[in-house]
Each structure stands twice: as C-alpha cells, then as structure tokens.
Design a protein around this ligand. Sequence first.
Ligand code: FAQ
Length: 312
Amino acid sequence: GEQTPEDRAFQARIDRGEKIEPKDWMPEGYRKTLIRQIGQHAHSEIVGQLPEGNWITRAPTLERKQILLAKVQDEAGHGLYLYSAAETLGVSRDELFEKLHSGAMKYSSIFNYPTLTWADMGAIGWLVDGAAIMNQVPLQRTSYGPYSRAMIRICKEESFHQRQGYSIMMKMAGGTPEQKEMAQDALNRFWYPSLMMFGPSDKDSVHSAQSMAWKIKINTNDELRQKFVDETVPQAEYLGLTVPDPDLAWNAGRGHYDFTEPDWTEFFDVLKGNGPCNEERLGARVKAWEDGAWFREGLSAHAEKAAARRLA
Ligand code: FAQ
C-alpha cells in the first residue's frame, strides 16, 4: 500500500539498525508478521517436544535419559520465552493457543514425522536442531528487540542440543552393524524433512521480501538451506554415513554443494495437515489443553477469592 511518513520513518530506523521495542510505533503489517512468525516458532517448540518425548521412557541409559529430559524441558522453556515475546505485541497466550488448536496457525512441518527408533533422537538433535540453529543465529540480529534477545539464549541451548544429537549419532554409527544401520535409516528419513524446515524455495516464499526489508528475517530460505547442506555433509562423512541424495556433489565453481531439492508437493501436503503425524500431534496438544481446563479454572477461582479477601 501507500507509504505514510510514519512508515518511512519506521523503515529508516530499521535501516539504521535500531531495535524496535514493544511500546514503539510500528506498522500493523510488521506487528502481524511478527505475531505470525514468533507465534509459529513458539508452537514449533511446544509441538516439537512430542516426537522426542516419545523416547524419554525408552532411552538406552540413565545418562541418555537425563540428557534427553533436559533437552525436552529446554524446548518447553523456549516456547515460553517466545510466547512472552509474542505477548509484547498485544496478543494473548490463550489467543495463540486457540489459533494453534483450530489449525489457523502453523508449527514446523518437521514435527509431523514419526520417531521410530532411538537413532531418531540422534538425527533430530543433529539435523533438526542443526537446521533450527542455522535459522536462529541470524535471528539474534532481528529488528524486534524482545525476539532478538530471546534468540540469544535459545541459540546457546540449541547448540547443546545439536551436540547431544551428534553424540548419539557417533555412538550409533560407531557401534554394531545393526546400530550403524539404524543411524543410516534415521538420516535417510530425516534428511529431506530437515531441508524443508527452511521453508519453500525463494520463488514460492510469499513473506520473504517484506520480512527481509523489515529485518524480521535476515536471510532467504534458500540461502540458509544451502548453508545447512554445506555444513552438514562433512559431518555425515565423518560419521561414515551417506546422505540420501545421489546427485549431491561439491561444486568447486560455486563453492557449495549441489543437492536435490526436497519434494515440495510433500511439503505443502504436510502443511495442509496431511503428514504422517499431523493428527496425532495436534490431537495431543488439544487433549492437553482440555485436560488442563479444571486446573486453570481452579487457579482463576483461587485468584479471584484471594483478591476479594484483600478488598474485604
Ligand atoms: N513448516 O513465505 P514463507 C524448532 C509456511 S525450530 C511449516 O517462506 P516465512 C526447534 C509459512 O509459515 C522450527 N510451515 O514464510 C526445535 C507461510 O505460511 P503462513 C521453528 C512453514 O515465515 C528443534 C508459508 O509457509 N523455527 O522448533 C514452513 O517468511 C528440535 C510461506 O513460507 C522457526 O519458526 C515449515 N517448515 O519463512 C524444537 C524459526 N516453512 O504463515 C524441538 C522462525 C514455511 O503465511 C526439537 N521462523 N512455512 O500461513 C522463520 O524463520 C520463518 O517463519 C520460516 C518461514 C523460515 C520458517
């Protein structure tokens, strides 16, 4: 639409590298885009607890169980920081939950895939947290103050998560032939879904141009996907595992790996709700919300009584 003097002054602040804070004036589109992105990011952390939560009771050792439990708790914490950051934009946590549960807001496509073996805990830490960090390190410089500050702490914890995943992969890939096969199978199943985490290819990314102008996003989806491939392929080689892409090849001219794009039909299908676990994941969140209703009501009733007593 038409640029007002306020819009131009706002863009100038962004261009100078200033942080925008909750009480500052901002265009409605900026606010809406942030609520969408931060809210979906928060939902991803919360729904992202489910695939790994599936393995806490079956971790192979007490030490691995403690580490996985800590990681899944961190994800709850990340969700809570992010919901708090979104709340500074004038949306309530209840509204965000309502939009998640009704399907009006998304969460990352990756969490609609099942976790079939212990090696999947390795692949998730290595690849999924690896992709998450690749996307979130630049977001520490995002223009919205509360979001950028949340990212600083989240990135520190994500790098621990990534290393614990790689440590599982090292153990499995260096183990018995059966364990190595489980590690390879996990890589085979998580490779393309991890590439999809960066979003559609740039030509299909509807939000990138405006989000980058506002520095809500720092890089395009394809830039980050390429960086992820370039950093991850040598890590797979070190493990003695094969990336499931026959056309993967180092391109000396470009200084990057050439690789096969994920199946975008599958990606858009998962976004529409048709992935292998969409129903199970959303169902688990809706059930948790409904099962917690008595407790929320109890808390509110208690708060009202306590307030009434103070007035009396
Ligand atoms: N899944 O125009 P664009 C984690 C949607 S990390 C689902 O390119 P945008 C940590 C997109 O929303 C994962 N939907 O969109 C963890 C839009 O639809 P809408 C979370 C996707 O926003 C690890 C449409 O497609 N990280 O959870 C996906 O400019 C392990 C068009 O796309 C973040 O959220 C997808 N993969 O770029 C936890 C990071 N990709 O909203 C547990 C912050 C795209 O109009 C275990 N977010 N869509 O209905 C971002 O950087 C951006 O939002 C992108 C997408 C890059 C994800």
